[in-house]
Design a binder for this molecule. Structure first.
Ligand SMILES: Cc1cc2nc3c(=O)[nH]c(=O)nc-3n(C[C@H](O)[C@H](O)[C@H](O)COP(=O)(O)O)c2cc1C
Ligand code: SF4
Ligand code: SF4
Length: 265
């Protein structure tokens, strides 16, 4: 059932791109969506937390994006988004996922956004390279995905005065956080030259500053950011269990998936 909400003055709007994006695919998608919307553009990379308080207004448009981690919003991302003051800002809710399943990610993210004071106006799930198993979603988001993301942003704002009370109702069916597949901790090999980039980039401080080859297994959330930032390709998953899991995932999810969007009228 569609509900009409108060009209907002969009002429002088700010467009905020907010993302949690360890391996930078979500960033690409969020920025592409935001590029379809006119207005003053502001970027907030919250992968390592909120660098300053984010307080929005009801005339702002926000694109909020997270990756699917085991079909859920990554715990840290949930924590950080909850600290933002939405104040009625219209939110386009997006997730990136590695050509497997995004399951509860979008509904959970919508819930978090509503609780933080955003008004979700549309949602979209976008395929991207699987950061754990990079054969999946290889080359995604591609040019077509990014063009579609931009169009999605543009169309979302055309309908921004309206909100679908059915799609974005709080979904209480999302149960407590289940443990997904636990990939082995990333390890550094002999190519490491101790540059320290991964130490700085790790969202949870799991890499030893005095010896970046040491990773705290308990703290690591397997987000793959350290693999992404290492200039020497020295960090990777390895081991038999990883290889077996990778083969299983790749065999099961080879078929190309397409973007799914929801823009309530
Ligand atoms: C710990 C972890 C869990 C993941 N779980 C899923 C999943 O359940 N389904 C899926 O399709 N992709 C999954 N992925 C892949 C990511 O959602 C995908 O690679 C996404 O683009 C990562 O975003 P980023 O590049 O912004 O970090 C997972 C990746 C990681 C690191
Ligand atoms: S970024 Fe790579 S080379 Fe630099 S310390 Fe980390 S593992 Fe070593
Ligand atoms: S050590 Fe673990 S938590 Fe830290 S960046 Fe690497 S994968 Fe992410």
């Amino acid at each position: 059932m569609l509900q009409r909400i108060e009209t907002v003055e969009l002429a002088n709007k700010k467009v905020h791109a907010i993302y949690f994006s360890p391996a930078r695919s979500t960033k690409k998608i969020v920025e592409a969506i935001a590029s379809g919307i006119s207005g003053e553009f502001m970027v907030h990379d919250i992968t390592q937390g909120l660098h300053h308080p984010i307080e929005l207004t009801s005339s702002d448009i926000v694109v909020v994006g997270v990756p699917a981690f085991s079909g859920r919003v990554p715990e840290l991302a949930a924590q950080y988004i909850s600290q933002i003051k939405g104040n009625g800002a219209r939110a386009i809710v997006a997730c990136a996922y590695g050509n497997c399943h995004y399951e509860n990610t979008l509904s959970e993210l919508s819930n978090i956004c509503v609780k933080a004071g955003f008004v979700p106006i549309s949602s979209g799930a976008f395929v991207s390279r699987h950061s754990l198993f990079p054969e999946l979603g290889k080359g995604r988001p591609d040019a077509r995905d990014l063009e579609n993301a931009q169009q999605f942003g543009k169309k979302s704002v055309m309908h921004s005065r309206l909100m679908n009370g059915g799609v974005f109702k709080l979904d209480s069916s999302i149960s407590s956080r289940a443990q997904g597949v636990v990939p082995p901790v990333v390890k550094a090999n002999a190519d490491c030259n101790f540059c320290g980039r991964c130490v700085q980039a790790c969202p949870v401080g799991a890499i030893d500053a005095s010896n970046p080859k040491k990773t705290d297994r308990e703290a690591c959330i397997s987000c793959t950011r350290c693999i992404d930032v290492c200039p020497y390709g020295a960090r990777q998953f390895s081991g038999l269990m990883y290889m077996i899991t990778k083969k299983r995932f790749v065999d099961k999810n080879k078929e190309r998936k397409e973007i799914e969007v929801n823009i309530p009228l």
